[in-house]
Design a protein around this ligand. Structure first.
Ligand code: COA
Length: 329
């Protein structure tokens, strides 16, 4: 019997209408369009600004887009894994909230927390369900409302992140399409450089934690940058080597969109020209778990059956990894 692989058979995505440009940020913090563009490659990000909205409000339209493309009944979905660091609530999971709202009544689901590497970790997990032969339709998504954890009076972080969500459908392939190999890594020592100090069991919310702005992202940008450049490039090169591939064999690099300079370094290390790299950071900023599937969503019309893709990420934790995918449609 042929080996079952997990093919990506559809992509759906959603970004809010509202744009926050570098020029808008110039009006609220001490920064400039020039500084942001040169240091990060970002021109604008999308913000879900309506009161009472949450990450599921990004995730639901992304999954509905995917279902419409496949003309798929939500009751056919076996499982939804939602990678996010901005869940609607601690529990129940955002995946469950999304399942309920789209009518995926036969699906089990849960959230996966691996920051900017969340989509890759979730993709590998979802692919294993398909490869096991037990499940036939698994949705893997990345969704983050980063604006909910940003301090818009502090210029280091609020310029970087944006809101968005995107999802892929995994189905069994007997022809070898889909996820081929994955290298995933974590190092908890990285927690000191990128975290949210309060709100968890270590420092539950108090008036003091709120006043000290401890519920917002804390980041030592320079240190994270240093680890991200080497982490993402090294793991991508290791993945190529392990599969006896070179940059010539790869049609697309799909990198996490954290900083244009980190993306450039990874492409160079893999021997890939920039034309083979999906880059949309200028329009969305860093949407954390959503960056990689949002790239697939933006580029889906240019992808061809059999294309070799390397998906690569680095993020809080630290977490990082790379996944080799043979495009299935
Ligand atoms: N506008 C203008 N100036 C700014 C600024 C802003 N938004 N933010 C910082 N600066 C200033 C700093 O205060 C500093 O001034 P100084 O030299 O007078 O002290 C100067 O610009 C350089 O700051 P620095 O933090 O060294 O800049 P950088 O080149 O490291 O760029 C980041 C900052 C955050 C863009 C960069 O470190 C980065 O991208 N890090 C990785 C972030 C990331 O990807 N995180 C997500 C996890 S994947």
């Amino acid at each position: 019997m042929s080996k079952i692989t997990a093919a990506i058979t559809a992509v759906g995505g959603y970004v809010p209408e509202n744009r926050l440009t570098n020029f808008d940020l110039e009006k609220i913090i001490e920064t400039s369009d020039e500084w942001i563009k040169t240091r990060t490659g970002i021109s604008e990000r999308r913000i879900l600004k309506e009161a009472g909205t949450a990450t599921s409000d990004l995730g639901v339209p992304a999954v509905l887009d995917l279902l419409a493309k496949k003309n798929l009944d939500p009751k056919e979905i076996d499982c939804i894994i939602c990678a996010t660091v901005t869940p609607d609530m601690f529990f129940p999971s955002t995946a469950n909230i999304i399942s309920d709202r789209i009518g995926a009544t036969n699906a089990f689901g849960y959230d996966l927390s691996a920051a900017c590497s969340g989509f890759l970790f979730a993709l590998t997990t979802g692919a294993s369900y398909i490869e096991s032969g037990r499940y036939k339709k698994v949705i893997v998504m990345g969704a983050d409302k980063m604006s909910s954890i940003l301090d818009y009076t502090e210029r280091n972080n609020c310029i970087i992140f944006g809101d968005g969500a995107a999802a892929v459908l995994l189905e069994p392939s007997l022809d070898g399409y889909g996820v081929q190999d994955s290298i995933l890594k974590s190092d908890g020592a990285g927690k000191n450089y990128l975290h949210i100090k309060a709100g968890g069991s270590l420092r539950p919310a108090t008036i003091e934690t709120v006043l000290a702005k401890e519920h917002y992202i804390f980041q030592e940008g320079k240190t994270v940058f240093k680890y991200a450049v080497s982490g993402m490039a090294d793991v991508s090169a290791e993945l190529l080597e392990r599969n006896q591939l070179t940059g010539d064999d790869i049609n697309w690099l799909v990198p996490h969109q954290a900083n244009l300079r980190i993306i450039d370094a990874t492409a160079k290390r893999m021997g890939l020209p920039i034309e083979k790299v999906m880059i949309n950071i200028s329009r969305y900023g860093n949407t954390t778990a959503a960056t990689i599937p949002l790239c697939l969503w933006d580029w889906q019309d240019q992808l061809k059956k059999g294309d070799n893709l390397v998906l690569a990420a680095f993020g809080g934790g630290f977490t990082w990894g790379a996944t080799l995918v043979k495009w299935g449609y």
